[in-house]
Design a protein around this ligand. Structure first.
Ligand SMILES: Cc1ncc(COP(=O)(O)OP(=O)(O)O)c(N)n1
Ligand SMILES: Cc1nc(C(=O)O)sc1CCOP(=O)(O)O
Ligand SMILES: [Mg+2]
Length: 215
């Protein structure tokens, strides 16, 4: 498996509305992996712990077979329970320092930095493995997400060595400007996982990956 600092590409995030059951979840994730998805984040805000452990474990097995990095949204306990490669933490989730103590030095820990270079500096200083900025465009999945200006990516690229992730309303049409501004990874929910058929999802994943093969 690649280490995070060398990774560039497509970062898929699951969604319970678009993937309402195990079969749909596995079908759509398999299709995205087939298309070259680099990282998968399992994001489930329900309180159905049995379902979350079951689904996360199945996804980790799928990702291990393909060398795809598998991260859990918010929940360090779930990451430990399913053997995930790490977590993504927002500003209201468990602190990075605590997650690092529990997950260890090899774990991948990404931090939401919204529209803030200060949050990014703090995350970088505390040993984050990547920093995520957004939202760059209106998001169907998270309409209330705070907007971030595109120049933030250029500024962050100048300052940080660790990978930079862009998120929020990303499509194949608006993605090139994010890549050109320095985004190492494009974190996508709706434009990747909204199609009902696996072929379309695979083609969309390949479209995103092609943006990094052109550079
Ligand atoms: C790659 C990536 N970037 C940002 C987020 C948002 O995380 P957070 O602010 O914790 O919000 P929730 O996703 O928990 O609603 C993310 N999940 N992934
Ligand atoms: C989970 C999440 N976090 C965001 C942030 O701005 O921090 S935007 C977002 C949802 C991204 O979904 P879509 O690709 O459908 O817009
Ligand atoms: Mg969170």
């Amino acid at each position: 498996m690649s280490s995070i600092e060398t990774l560039r590409g497509l970062y898929g995030i699951t969604d319970t509305a678009l993937m309402p059951d195990d079969d749909t979840l596995i079908m759509k994730v398999t299709a995205a992996i087939e298309g070259g998805m680099t990282i998968l984040q399992y994001r489930d805000k329900s309180h159905d712990d049995e379902k979350r452990v079951r689904q996360a474990t199945r996804l980790r097995e799928l990702c291990d077979q393909s060398g795809t990095l598998f991260l859990i949204n918010d929940d360090v306990d779930l990451a430990l329970a399913c053997g995930a490669h790490g977590v993504h933490l927002g500003q209201s989730d468990e602190a990075l320092i605590s997650a690092r103590e529990r997950l260890g030095g090899q774990a991948i820990i990404g931090i939401t930095c919204e529209d803030s270079m200060e949050l990014a500096r703090r995350a970088n200083d505390q040993g984050a493995d990547y920093i995520a900025f957004g939202r760059f465009f209106p998001s169907l999945t998270k309409p209330d997400a705070r907007p971030a200006p595109l120049y933030l990516l250029d500024e962050a690229r100048e300052e940080f060595e660790i990978p930079i992730v862009a998120i929020g309303g990303i499509t194949r049409d608006n993605a090139p400007q994010l890549v050109n501004s320095g985004a190492d990874m494009l974190a996508v929910v709706n434009d990747l996982f909204s199609p009902q058929d696996s072929e379309t999802i695979t083609l969309r994943a390949r479209d995103y990956l092609s943006l990094y093969h052109q550079r």
